[in-house]
Design a protein around this ligand. Structure first.
Ligand SMILES: *[C@@H]1O[C@H](CO)[C@@H](O)[C@H](O)[C@H]1NC(C)=O
Ligand SMILES: *[C@@H]1O[C@H](CO)[C@@H](O)[C@H](O)[C@H]1NC(C)=O
Ligand SMILES: *[C@@H]1O[C@H](CO)[C@@H](O)[C@H](O)[C@H]1NC(C)=O
Length: 343
């Protein structure tokens, strides 16, 4: 009992410190922050909030009720003390959406591609974006997040509930963070934590003559993707939300790149884009609404999907591969960095 009280006090003081930082850095009005703080505390009160099944599955039409749920202006940053885009202005920001509890994946990224900060003479920085813990022991998870950030200062946390069906919110919060902090930065990439990323090849591609510096978005493009209408699918989209049979062309969500000017435009247009929970198709809808098209990558093989077994040649020539686990990322990375021929 006493231990629990002490723990709660510790978390509370840590939260106060991080809120203090946010307050100081963003000059947010005290009252606004305090009400957010109350909301947030309530969520961390070990309630059964988290045991609810995702409302999306129970009642897909909920989405139309919350049609404005995705607009990132609805959410606030509760942890945001990274120097990235403050004192450090990189050429490329790698921003990784990750669940609060997935510290293992963050560690693997920090030890592999996230550690590549000087590439082709350019500065590259990696940060992680998290929502609030949504299941499991949320108090312990939040405590871990705060401690981890004290050590690395690379976590950005917003006050939406971090869950699978909130991935579109997460993506738009990423856009919002970039738009409001990183306007001096030429490019950003949204990249999942379970990816292998060849930063060298990515920067080379971005520095190639002819790569657009404005209105640019690229990745593994997917066209004519049918909209899923099976109600039990995790990708189900109700017809009244989005009536078309196909999605417009979009870049597969595992990792896509955009020039920074796009971020503000995505945020603005998200007020009028149908709220679908398929995050990469949503970005495609934003592009379409803006009257813009994705730029195909110079080489389609740059953005690969699953890699079933280690392939040194493919990893050394491509940009992305989807992996199975943080352990696999560490093993493959170590192997690739060994001297010797790659192909
Ligand atoms: C936390 O939960 C306890 C018991 O469920 C309740 O009495 C208390 O008011 C809650 N505190 C907050 C801040 O919600
Ligand atoms: C949460 O707990 C309260 C009582 O502690 C209970 O009345 C309520 O039904 C629970 N909600 C869910 C969704 O389990
Ligand atoms: C998504 O986040 C919003 C805002 O935090 C929350 O109200 C909603 O319950 C979340 N949805 C799911 C499915 O977690």
């Amino acid at each position: 009992m006493l231990k629990a009280t002490f723990k709660a006090l510790l978390i509370l003081s840590l939260m106060t410190i991080s809120l203090g930082f946010t307050l100081y850095a963003n000059k947010v009005q005290l009252s606004v922050t305090l009400s957010k703080y109350q909301k947030y505390r309530h969520l961390c009160n070990g309630t059964n909030e988290t045991k609810k099944p995702p409302p999306y599955r129970m009642d897909p039409n909920r989405m139309s009720v919350h049609s404005n749920l995705i607009y990132p202006g609805n959410y606030h940053f509760i942890l945001d003390d990274t120097e990235v885009c403050r004192s450090i202005i990189p050429f490329l920001v790698l921003i990784v959406p990750v669940a609060p509890a997935n510290w293992k994946a963050r560690d693997a990224v920090r030890k592999t591609w996230g550690s590549e900060t000087r590439v082709q003479g350019e500065l590259v920085q990696t940060v992680f974006l998290l929502g609030l813990p949504s299941s499991g022991n949320i108090v312990v998870q939040q405590e871990h997040v705060l401690k981890e950030n004290l050590q690395h200062h690379d976590l950005i946390q917003s006050d939406f509930i971090d869950s699978y069906h909130n991935l579109t919110i997460k993506t738009m919060v990423i856009m919002d963070w970039l738009a409001s902090r990183c306007h001096m930065v030429p490019y950003a990439m949204k990249i999942d934590s379970d990816m292998f990323l060849n930063v060298e090849n990515l920067v080379k591609m971005l520095k190639m003559p002819g790569t657009p510096t404005k209105e640019y978005a690229t990745g593994r493009l997917k066209s004519q993707t049918p909209v899923v209408r099976a109600k039990d699918s995790q990708w189900y989209v109700p017809e009244d939300i989005y009536p078309e049979r196909y999605f417009p062309t979009y870049a597969v969500g595992m990792g896509y790149i955009f020039s920074l000017d796009m971020t503000r435009r995505f945020v603005e247009v998200s007020k009028s884009v149908p709220s679908i929970y398929v995050e990469d198709a949503y970005v495609g809808l934003c592009m379409k609404m803006l009257g813009l098209e994705f730029t195909p990558p110079p080489n389609r093989n740059h953005f690969r999907l699953y890699l079933f077994e280690y392939n040194r040649c493919s990893m050394s020539t491509g940009i992305t591969h989807i992996l199975k686990s943080p352990e696999q990322l560490m093993t493959y990375w170590t192997n690739l960095k060994k001297p010797g021929p790659t192909c």
